[in-house]
Design a protein around this ligand. Sequence first.
Ligand SMILES: Cc1cc2nc3c(=O)[nH]c(=O)nc-3n(C[C@H](O)[C@H](O)[C@H](O)COP(=O)(O)OP(=O)(O)OC[C@H]3O[C@@H](n4cnc5c(N)ncnc54)[C@H](O)[C@@H]3O)c2cc1C
Length: 258
Amino acid sequence: MTASPDKFTRQTLLEVQPLTANLFSLRVTRDTGFRFRAGQFARLGVTKADGSVAWRAYSMVSAPHDEYLDFFSIVVPGGEFTSELSRLGTGDELLIDRQAFGYLSLDRFVGGRDLWLLATGTGIAPFLSILQDFEAWERFESIKLVYSVREAKELAYLDLIAGLERRDYLAEHAGKLQFIPVVTREAHPGALRARITTLLETGELEAAAGLELSTEHSRIMLCGNPQMVDDTRAVLKQRDLQLSLSRRPGQVAVESYW
Ligand SMILES: Cc1cc2nc3c(=O)[nH]c(=O)nc-3n(C[C@H](O)[C@H](O)[C@H](O)COP(=O)(O)OP(=O)(O)OC[C@H]3O[C@@H](n4cnc5c(N)ncnc54)[C@H](O)[C@@H]3O)c2cc1C
């Protein structure tokens, strides 16, 4: 009898880039059999000093067509997984479950004209994957990327975001994306300064976007801090923007990171 293959593959870290004191990006080799939809997450494993493996969910930042996998991580002080992960460097090993998971992908939606991507912190990751893929650009007339952090230095991937519409394969869709940074704890030029829920309640977000939310046209994804996800869902529900389920397509899809 042959042994069943491992549930995971062993991959190699190609690059680790610190972004701030507690944020960094990782580039990892990709098993040729690893398939995912933009917006999904992988289960990553790090081997600890005692030989046991800690596993955590991580959204892909890179697009499904890329040959490597990119991830964006926080370092949680004393965190079981991130304390280990942040110690790794180029050439080190990372375990990756063979399967990708999650429902924060465009499959969740039927129709729609405007795509709203609302993230806090590292919750920007799945939206970077979605925006580096073709589908969102082909399906939607406009895309609003709202990225909320506490301090401006936490805004990561600004060059990637600014360069999206200059990529050859997206050039025909140039002008569709509007990036709306939100910095809650300090004034920052070009950024809004309030929680996403407040920005929705006051109408400031729609004013900045030059677009109204509507059940017919809006499709909205929320990712990151669970409090933001829950509170924003509640605000959207008051406006009849509902969670999208397979038995009842709606306007909202969410992912909480803890
Ligand atoms: C579907 C899914 C996708 C995820 N994708 C990512 C990702 O792309 N990047 C990423 O950094 N994390 C992501 N996470 C969170 C990640 O799985 C771990 O929680 C994180 O790596 C911390 O692990 P830890 O063992 O160090 O701390 P844990 O013991 O897991 O967490 C301790 C505490 O740290 C805080 N925390 C955890 N994750 C975050 C975070 N991302 N940002 C701010 N505070 C946090 C929470 O207060 C949590 O209670 C995702 C989680 C889920 C469920």
